[in-house]
Design a protein around this ligand. Sequence first.
Ligand code: GTP
Ligand code: SPV
Ligand code: MN
Length: 610
Amino acid sequence: MTLLDHGPAEDLLNNAPTDHAKLLSWVTEVAELTTPDSIHWVTGDDNERTQLTDELVNAGTLVRLTKKRDSFYAASDPDDVARVENRTYICSVDEKDAGPTNNWMAPAKMKATMSELFRGSMTGRTMYVIPFVMGHIDAAQPMFGVEITDSPYVVLSMLVMARSGTSVLKAITATGADFVECLHSVGAPLQDGETDVAWPCNTTKYISHFPEERSIWSFGSGYGGNALLGKKCYSLRIASAIARDEGWLAEHMLILKLTNPAGESKFIAAAFPSACGKTNLAMIEPTIPGWKAEMLGDDIAWMRFGPDGQLYAVNPEFGLFGVAPGTGWSTNPNAMRAIEVGGNVFTNVALTDDGDVWWEGMTDETPSHLTDWKGNDWTPESETPAAHPNSRFCTPIENAPIVAPEWNNPNGVPISAILFGGRRKTTMPLVTETLGWAHGVFMGATLSSETTAAATGQVGVVRRDPMAMLPFIGYDAGNYFQHWLDVGQRDGAKLPKIFYVNWFRRDENNKFLWPGFGENSRVLKWIVERLDNATDAVETPIGLVPADGALDIDGLDMSEEQVRKAVAVDVEEWNAELDDIANWFDYIGDTLPQELWEQRDQLRNRLGLT
Ligand code: GTP
Ligand code: SPV
Ligand code: MN
């Protein structure tokens, strides 16, 4: 079939709302390959939302909630619940450029393989074209993308997660701007008369990135970071490669504004692995009097140097895609308030009998009856969780009552501190101030955490997750560490101080040593005061920790003795850690910067180990 005798493609040429040549030829090419029944250019207006959600409700993909304004519930296929790291590829021309931490396939081979999967894959479906911009449309260098997808659920989610629709298409068209091509199909063509399932997907999945040509091909999954391609695929994997070339940082970090009782504000960024507390810290409600926290972002930060030599961070996203379980009025009241505003898509949580959502940790009392995420009856006696551990709420960021006024600033905010952290039962103190940029990069490069349900695979296994970017670095990890070190060498740079935190350390009875959540404001207070040398720290071999009495535990049911345990440095544990770090560095191989080996040697000396 040629382009002109195929309905949608002909329609496309006649009715496209743009004359952008590259965009038109790409959309045409994809339509010819995937043979959708029709093509829809996503506008982002209210009528479109009504039409999309009505369609999705009729198809059984969405349930309209009666208890929350303009909000919907979706349950995915039980085999499509999280990012699939083992199916995620960096297809650089040279295998070396993907490095040891990424799956690799030659771009031509991947494209040949995936073209066969995409061939006819949108048959019986609508092909949606979503123009979007990551970051602000008025940024000095707006970062455009266009996602083509055959999933209306993805369209609905993208409209929450990224600035999308007609205004973006107009900007791309008017300026002739380039954009990242993001091609997505659930891989479930519908033959004539075939009825659709509620969550179409394919057992074959590929999430492929072509860093040189800055494009993304995703097939087979409809879930989260596998399918909302502006998020991890563009804003981290592709953007990290752009950032390396252009001298900036694209990172898996929240952005937070903190104001002390004197009214002085500081901005911080923090990198924790998936499901390790970014959304919670970004939305923190401080428990200490007089301190105020406001959110700018909960997952991704792009940081560029400003003319004054400071690193300025923007959140490229427009929504929150937060882990539902554990989010409740006592742990994250600001997330609960944001959800109450409406405009949500919930995925894989549980449904209450009166048309609301529920998940473990939302309320103290468990409802007596629910429909679990698999559609089964559920009671408190049930042996499986009502909500999948990686179930999510997808909510406009502006719903949050604590969004900082600067959050929409195209130039971002100056970052004074960077926090790295992970989920470790042992070894890592509650908080450590690093000894300078290179030592901070060492602590980031050796970040370790227990695996979570945010990715498929075993949960609770300690792995290295450098800068919380292990699944997201779009190039060779050793070169990525070198890039971080180079950022620190930039002429005139006024660098943030780097800290390392661990909310998840446990005592000998396996109980958390630190209460976490809102109480983390006490740690933030110490960090902010350290920026001005306004509080005391003591040196340990691994960095500076709060001096006795320096961490504000006023009003907390915790002794100084317990604090000492939470910040203790155990030489035996660090001896084992150093061996593991050596293995990790060996695994990274030749490109691991010598400076990081030297940092390890210095740490060994400070620990008195020979
Ligand atoms: P991604 O969206 O996957 O990147 O996750 P995230 O880093 O934003 O993690 P999130 O804030 O959603 O937290 C994940 C889980 O950790 C939730 O179940 C939280 O309840 C729990 N959690 C967050 N902060 C703390 C804390 O300070 N202490 C403890 N014990 N648990 C926490
Ligand atoms: C993460 O896994 O870090 C997430 C969820 O934020 S996803 O969008 O699926 O990547
Ligand atoms: Mn994340």
